[in-house]
Design a protein around this ligand. Structure first.
Ligand SMILES: Nc1ncnc2c1ncn2[C@@H]1O[C@H](COP(=O)(O)OP(=O)(O)OP(=O)(O)O)[C@@H](O)[C@H]1O
Ligand SMILES: [Mg+2]
Length: 317
């Protein structure tokens, strides 16, 4: 599988601020990398260096084998970039803006018309093509930015918060579009929406204070949650305290807690291992009947908080 993006010890310092502080990772064709991190983590700055809009303080990045500093034109030819906030020329219409971008991309004649029509279709902006961009809603503005990024069908897409400001239906459509394009491209998206990681990303990278904290698949990230493989259970006609006492005696259970609203109890596993089979077996062997049983998946928001809060960062330093 081909490496399309290679980032090697990349850093950007603004005076005292180490916005990006020695970051390395790569993205292959077919991968959709979710770039996560709190506000000010360094996501946009990394993307700006990768796309040649900011010069690194040190380190470098290659896109389709071209170095951002040595071959800036080749880099720009091979990527589509949706910058933070999706800037566009407010007084232009999407039609004239996309034609203008097509000219810059060196497209002309039938190729240009085809590219504009196809990008407009895929970004679902056909109905607003002749309305000034400044009069468009936030969501449509973002889609115009997206159409601009995919216009020349580039092998690499760098999308800075592509679904920010979109309503749930539009979010769904943009995620579908990214999924459709994923197979033959390498895509980086930054996002604050953790559910997006599962919906579109093959891999996620969490960055905080300019440094990478976690790099793994969505499932690997979830496995870092204390809720991963935890089991919530309610037994018919038996007090939850009694159920908890039984479960606490099992080897695979590390601790238990009472759930509010008479919902039973939750057992947490030792080292995240699966334990639902042993647990239900133990309950049945008492002659008890299970009313509800639910295996937890792991909470990404909890993992995100744990790896990006001050305490976690002090621990990592
Ligand atoms: N031109 C600049 N001059 C000085 N500081 C800057 C500049 N650009 C970015 N920064 C700082 O660099 C840090 C990283 O900013 P960046 O925009 O990359 O964060 P981000 O992860 O994209 O955050 P958000 O989720 O809010 O978009 C912040 O502390 C920001 O204030
Ligand atoms: Mg940003």
């Amino acid at each position: 599988m081909t490496l399309r993006i290679e980032i090697d010890n990349l850093a950007k310092h603004f005076g005292e601020i180490k916005a990006v502080d020695g970051v390395s990772f790569s993205v292959r064709k077919g991968e959709v990398l979710g770039f996560l991190g709190p506000n000010g983590a360094g996501k946009s700055t990394t993307m700006k260096m990768l796309t040649g809009f900011l010069t690194p303080t040190y380190g470098t990045a290659r896109l389709c084998g071209f170095d951002v500093l040595q071959n800036p034109i080749e880099v720009k030819k091979n990527m589509g970039y949706l910058p933070e906030g999706a800037p566009a020329y407010a007084e232009m219409t999407p039609d004239s803006f996309l034609r203008f971008i097509a000219d810059i991309r060196g497209l002309s004649g039938a190729d240009k018309l085809r590219a504009v029509a196809s990008a407009a279709e895929r970004a679902r902006i056909k109905q607003v093509m002749f309305q000034p961009i400044e009069t468009l809603s936030k969501g449509y503005k973002r889609r115009v930015g997206l159409a601009q990024a995919i216009l020349h069908n580039p092998p690499v897409l760098v999308l800075d918060e592509p679904t920010d400001g979109l309503d749930p239906n539009q979010k769904h459509e943009v995620r579908n579009l990214i999924n459709e394009m994923a197979e033959d491209k390498a895509i980086i998206i930054s996002t604050h929406i953790l559910e997006e990681v599962h919906a579109i990303c093959t891999r996620a990278l969490v960055i905080a204070n300019g440094k990478i904290k976690v790099d793994g698949t969505p499932t690997e990230l979830e496995a870092m949650s204390r809720y991963y493989n935890a089991v919530s259970v309610k037994v018919v006609g038996v007090e939850s305290e009694k159920v908890m006492a039984l479960l606490n005696g099992l080897d695979k259970v590390s601790e238990t807690e009472l759930l509010p609203l008479d919902a039973g109890c939750r057992a947490y596993p030792v080292s995240g291992q699966a334990m639902v089979a042993e647990l239900s077996q133990a309950i049945r062997s008492q002659g008890w009947e299970i009313a509800t049983l639910h295996v937890e998946q792991g909470h990404l928001d909890e993992v995100f908080r744990n790896v990006t809060t001050d305490q976690a960062m002090q621990g990592a330093a």
